[in-house]
Design a protein around this ligand. Sequence first.
Ligand SMILES: [Zn+2]
Length: 169
Amino acid sequence: MTEEVTTVFEAKELSMGCRKYEARLEDYLNGAPDAKLESHLASCARCRAALEDARLAGTWLREAWEPFGEPRGAFAAGVAARIRAAEAEAASPTAFWRPIELLASRIALTAATVLLALSAYLYKYAPLKSDAPPATSSDAAATYFPQPPAQPTGIEELAATLNARSNGR
Ligand SMILES: [Zn+2]
């Protein structure tokens, strides 16, 4: 009620006076005796509210922090267990083969990649190569090295092929 009737000037004075106490609220909450602050709190609802807010914030912080205690412990235990498992695995007789297995799988992967690239290359360039020789090779060469029949891919190429055959040498 009194806060609502205070003038702007009074409110400013009040806040200026409260500011120096606000800095001491934390120490007071932590148990530092502060008689002046206590007497101010008795007369200042604003600082009492601030003190209560600070106390609540502290409680919430602790509540928010403490649930982490269990999962953190569980997480640390999980990490420790994983480290122990890795150590046990490293000490086991089959551990020697692990890098080789890894290398083998890497080589297999590389081989597969090369094969894929090669098949893509062949798919892309092989038809062009089979098309090219009949135009340049002689008939004799063609008989000694039989070529698969060229496969014209367009009407112009078909016409060129027919034209070359009818002109014959
Ligand atoms: Zn105050």
